[in-house]
Design a protein around this ligand. Structure first.
Ligand code: UDP
Length: 244
């Protein structure tokens, strides 16, 4: 990048850099720790970015800490379609809803949360995209930019069971659940303080979990196999798929 005189960078970091936070909401000043290899990669790259700016202040860098992006473009034409078995909650919920999987495994229902399941700050992908536009604007227009960090979240915590209920409502589909133990490396509760992004980027998430589930179901029902077909998708086929 430097050889091509491009010294402006936006890095997709993650809320996972907050580890299992002691104080909530997570502010950009909260302490950082990696609880899993993925989180460690994000922390390492954040450190590299901070060092780069320190060594050469021509580097202008935005570290955007995404909370949990979900949903799809409202057109229903662009959505998430992970290869292989998804890792994240909502792609799995979606695959259960369209009949590609028989049930959702809930990782842990003994957390100290309202219903015992993990709590996260889910953010609509369109809000997240708009957060990037706001960050780019600042990167290009504010001469005082150094290496800056911003949370991109809604500030609201939602449990796994609340998210499943919202998706059932949006889709009209029942999501069968299987309760299992906690997933190693998972935090109990994570949600963002959004005030820095609101103040400095002039950006705030507009959508709630109802819109996230509505748009995700719109994408899923139009594209039950994502960008693939039943022949190419390496997935479990159940009878329910034929009743959509
Ligand atoms: N989760 C779950 N079953 C799954 C996948 C995720 O119960 O099959 C839970 C997970 O324990 C966490 C929440 O859903 O409490 C969000 O998990 P995800 O992997 O989507 O995001 P992350 O843990 O990285 O925040």
């Amino acid at each position: 990048m430097a050889a091509h005189r491009c010294k402006k960078l936006v890095f997709s970091s993650s809320a996972t850099v907050y580890g299992w936070p002691k104080d909530l909401p997570c502010t950009e000043e909260s302490s950082l720790s990696a609880m899993n290899p993925y989180g460690r990669t994000k922390l390492m790259i954040e450190d590299i970015c901070r060092d780069m700016h320190h060594a050469d202040s021509e580097w202008k860098i935005m570290l955007l800490r995404y909370f949990n992006p979900v949903g799809a473009h409202p057109s229903g034409d662009i959505g998430e379609d992970p290869r292989g078995i998804p890792n994240n909650l909502m792609p799995l919920v979606q695959q259960v809803a369209v009949g590609r999987r028989p049930a959702l495994t809930v990782f842990g229902n003994d957390y100290l949360t309202k219903d015992g399941t993990g709590v996260r700050d889910y953010i609509h992908v369109v809000d997240l995209a708009e957060g990037h536009i706001a960050a780019l604007k600042k990167l290009f227009e504010d001469p005082k930019i150094g290496c800056e960090v911003y949370n991109l979240g809604t500030g609201k915590g939602t449990s796994v069971l609340e998210m499943v209920a919202a998706f059932e409502k949006a889709s009209g589909k029942k999501i069968p659940l299987v309760f299992a133990g906690r997933r190693p490396g998972d935090a109990e509760v994570l949600f963002a303080s959004t005030s820095k992004a609101e103040k400095e980027l002039n950006w705030k998430a507009k959508y709630g979990i109802e819109e996230m589930c509505r748009d995700q179901w719109n994408w899923a029902s139009k594209n039950p196999w994502g960008y693939e077909s039943p022949d190419t998708a390496n997935v479990l086929l159940t009878d329910e798929y034929y009743y959509i």
